[in-house]
Design a protein around this ligand. Structure first.
Ligand SMILES: *Cc1c(COP(=O)(O)O)cnc(C)c1O
Length: 396
C-alpha cells in the first residue's frame, strides 16, 4: 500500500456548474489551490452580479442600461444578459462591436457626448438610434453621419451644478443651462425622440443629488418650452466600500421615482445607466504577497493592475487573507500599505488595509469590489499582468 498524504494532492478541479465561459470554482481558496501560474488572479462572482442585476431590474423606476466601460468582460456581459439586462451604454466602436458580437439582441445606446464621425456612422449601421450630445457641432455631426435619419433618439447631456459625488463627472461633459435650452429647441426638429441625460458623479452617496438634477432638468425643459420624451438619470449608484456607508438602493429608487413625479416626468421614458453598482461587488483580485517589510506588503497586483483607484484616489477596498497552509492566520489585524509589482513609485497604495498581523510571503490577499473600474483598468506595464480570470460561486 502506498502511503497517501491526504493534505498535499487535493488540487481543486474547476466545476462547470453554469456556462460562465470561465474556469469555475466553489471558493477563491479553491481557485488559488488550483492555480499553477505566477500572476494575480481576477475573480468574477456570478451570483453577486446576478443579485445586483436583479436589484436594478426589479427596483429601478425605468429601463436599466449597463455602462459597459465599468467592466466589459464578456462573461460579465453574458451574466447580465442572462439575468435580463437588455440595454447597454457604449462609448466606442470596440465596445459596440463587443456587445453586438456577443449579444445580438442587445439594444445599445451611444451615450458618449463626443464621438468621432466614424463612431457615429458605425453605430448607425449597427442599428443604434440613441445618441447623446452636448454641443451644436456634435448634433450636426450626428445628423451628417447618420445620413439625415428621421429616426434618431437624441439625449442632451446636461452639465449639472456642483454636487457632492465622490467622483464628480461634470466639468468635462454637458451643456450649461443657456446652451442646453437652445440645443433642446434645435434638436427637437431633427429627432424622433428627444430626451435629457446627466451623470450626478460616480459613487454618489447623497441621494438628494438625483432630485436636484431632476429638478434642474425640469427648469431647463420649461425654459426651452419644448416637450421631451425621456429622461436618463445616468449612473452614480454607489457601493459600500470601507469607510463609505451607503443607503440601500431601494432608497435611491424611491427617491428618483418620487422626484420624477414631483417634477412632472411621470409619463415619459426613464433610463438609468448603472456601472459600478452592477458589477463592483461581483469582482475581486487575488494578489500574492511577494515580500513583507514591516507593515508594507509587496503584491503582484497594483495601481497598474486592477488597483488604480487605490493609488490615485486613496480609495479603500475590502481585503481578506487566504492562506492554504498552517499556521492559521493571526486573529489580530494591523493596517498595511501595499506596493504593486512594477518598478514605478506611483505603484503605491496607502490604504491602510487591515489584515492579520502575521501576513507574510506566499499568502494571497483578496481585494474586493474590483469588478468595476478595477480589472478593466489593468495594463501590461513592466510585463506584469494576468490573463487568468475565474468564476467563483461562493465568497466564504
Ligand atoms: C461611466 C458612466 C456611467 C456609469 O457610471 P457609474 O458611476 O459607474 O454608475 C454611466 N453613464 C455614463 C455616460 C458614463 O460615462
Amino acid at each position: 500500500m502506498p502511503i497517501v498524504k491526504t493534505n498535499t494532492t487535493q488540487i481543486a478541479q474547476p466545476t462547470q456548474l453554469r456556462p460562465y465561459g470561465l474556469p469555475t470554482y466553489n471558493t477563491s481558496a479553491d481557485a488559488i489551490a488550483a492555480y499553477a501560474g505566477d500572476d494575480q488572479i481576477y475573480v468574477l462572482y456570478p451570483r453577486k452580479i446576478e443579485a445586483a442585476a436583479r436589484t436594478f431590474l426589479n427596483g429601478f423606476p425605468g429601463q436599466v442600461l449597463y455602462a459597459v466601460k465599468s467592466n466589459p468582460h464578456p462573461s460579465l456581459l453574458q451574466i447580465l444578459w442572462d439575468e435580463g439586462v437588455r440595454n447597454f451604454d457604449v462609448a466606442s466602436i470596440r465596445e459596440m462591436e463587443l456587445v453586438a458580437g456577443l449579444l445580438p439582441g442587445a439594444k445599445m445606446f451611444l451615450m458618449h457626448p463626443i464621438k468621432s464621425r466614424a463612431t457615429i456612422a458605425r453605430a448607425y449601421a449597427l442599428g443604434i438610434r440613441d445618441f447623446s450630445f452636448d454641443h451644436k457641432d456634435e448634433l450636426q455631426k450626428i445628423i451628417d453621419c447618420a445620413d439625415d435619419a428621421t429616426d434618431l433618439r437624441l439625449h442632451l447631456r446636461l452639465a449639472l451644478p456642483k454636487g457632492d459625488a465622490a467622483m464628480p463627472l461634470s466639468g468635462k461633459f454637458g451643456a450649461d443651462f443657456e446652451s442646453a435650452t437652445a440645443l433642446l429647441q434645435s434638436a427637437r426638429h431633427v429627432s424622433d425622440k428627444l430626451g435629457v441625460c446627466f451623470h450626478v458623479g460616480s459613487q454618489c452617496m447623497v441621494i438628494d443629488n438625483y432630485d436636484r438634477a431632476i429638478g434642474y432638468a425640469r427648469d431647463l425643459v420649461n425654459a426651452a418650452g419644448v416637450s421631451i420624451d425621456s429622461i436618463d438619470v445616468g449612473g452614480g449608484f454607489p457601493v459600500a466600500y470601507p469607510d463609505m456607508p451607503i443607503a440601500p438602493m431601494a432608497d435611491y429608487f424611491h427617491a428618483i421615482a418620487d422626484s420624477l413625479s414631483a417634477h412632472g416626468f411621470a409619463n415619459i421614458a426613464v433610463f438609468g445607466e448603472p456601472g459600478r453598482a452592477l458589477c463592483a461587488e461581483g469582482g475581486a483580485t487575488l494578489a500574492r504577497v511577494e515580500l513583507r517589510k514591516g507593515s508594507d506588503l509587496y503584491l503582484n497586483d497594483g495601481t497598474y493592475g486592477s488597483l488604480f483607484d487605490a493609488g490615485q484616489f486613496a480609495w479603500k477596498f475590502p481585503v481578506k487573507l487566504h492562506r492554504n497552509r498552517p499556521p492559521a492566520p493571526a486573529l489580530n489585524t494591523i493596517g498595511f500599505r501595499f506596493f504593486g509589482p512594477t518598478c514605478d513609485s506611483a505603484d503605491t497604495m496607502n490604504g491602510p488595509f487591515h489584515l492579520p498581523a502575521d501576513t507574510c510571503e506566499g499568502d494571497w490577499v483578496e481585494v474586493g469590489h474590483l469588478g468595476a473600474y478595477g480589472q478593466t483598468l489593468a495594463t501590461q506595464f513592466n510585463g506584469f499582468y494576468s490573463n487568468h480570470t475565474v468564476a467563483v460561486l461562493s465568497d466564504d
